[in-house]
Design a binder for this molecule. Structure first.
Ligand code: DGL
Length: 260
């Protein structure tokens, strides 16, 4: 079994990419909604949350954690990963490999404030493609919109347009926060057609698929279990809204960090 870790609903974009890539492993989707949004928190807070949540996941008999939270990966890039008895699929590392392979001259990584502060995306992309020009832009207004299930609203359209209006000329935007592809329709409408929308979830899913093919992970039976430590009814409603699967149910997990 694999765990998929995010602060909230953004992990749904990674889950969709995993299933689209043919990853049939059983997945425990863990949303740390008691602490969302992560992007406005300090590094110390984020490192403490990561350590506490990894300790919780270590008790769930998982073989690996698929990181669906760029903000946590950005903090780990600066401060290191907590000790873990399972494999870690690092979203930023895999995203950077995908961006480098795409061969863009100039990209804008749109991410949370904490991810932008870390500079982890620019460093990871430049390590693989030194000639790529990387700009990082924080978009803190978007995560709360998604957490409220607010895609398709005028408010979402205006919030995305405000971010797009700050962009210099680029070949592609990189969704440096997993919540943002849930506003892909708004981004597509606001961006000129020539600008690509790069979703790191695809590269992350390819890395997990490769590990499965190599026999490093158990194949599983394609089951997904959803856990949140936030409001269960709101989570279920929004998972149904974004996945279109009205049969989804979730469980409440009493995972609260002692540190943050
Ligand atoms: N979805 C997460 C990310 O990719 C965190 C968003 C947040 O909680 O601020 O960074």
């Amino acid at each position: 079994m694999l765990a998929l870790y995010d602060s909230g609903l953004g992990g749904l974009t990674v889950l969709a990419a995993l299933r689209a890539a043919g990853v049939g492993a059983d997945i425990l989707y863990f949303a740390d909604q008691a602490h969302v949004p992560y992007g406005d928190r300090s590094d110390a807070d984020l490192a403490a949350l990561l350590a506490d949540n990894f300790a919780f996941l270590a008790g769930q008999r998982i073989e690996g954690v698929v990181m669906a939270c760029n903000t946590s990966c950005a903090v780990a890039a600066r401060h290191g990963w907590p000790e873990a008895p399972f494999a870690i699929f690092d979203l930023i590392e895999n995203a950077a490999s995908g961006v480098a392979a795409a061969g863009y001259a100039r990209v804008a990584v749109i991410a949370t404030a904490a991810t932008v502060r870390s500079g982890a995306y620019a460093a990871a992309i430049r390590a693989r493609a030194p000639e790529t020009d990387v700009i990082e832009i924080a978009a803190p207004a978007l995560v709360p919109l998604v957490e409220h299930g607010d895609s398709g609203s005028l408010e979402a359209e205006n919030a995305v347009r405000a971010v797009v209006d700050t962009l210099p000329p680029v070949d592609a935007i990189v969704y440096g926060c997993t919540h943002y592809p849930l506003l892909d329709r708004e981004f597509a409408a606001a961006l000129p057609h020539r600008i690509d929308r790069f979703d790191p979830a695809v590269a992350q899913a390819a890395a997990v698929r490769a590990a499965l093919v190599a026999g490093d992970l158990s194949p599983g039976s394609g089951k997904t279990r959803y856990l949140t430590n936030g409001d269960l009814a709101v989570f279920e409603r929004n998972v149904r809204h974004f996945t279109g699967d009205h049969s989804v149910t979730a469980t409440h997990a009493a995972v609260l960090s002692a540190n943050a």
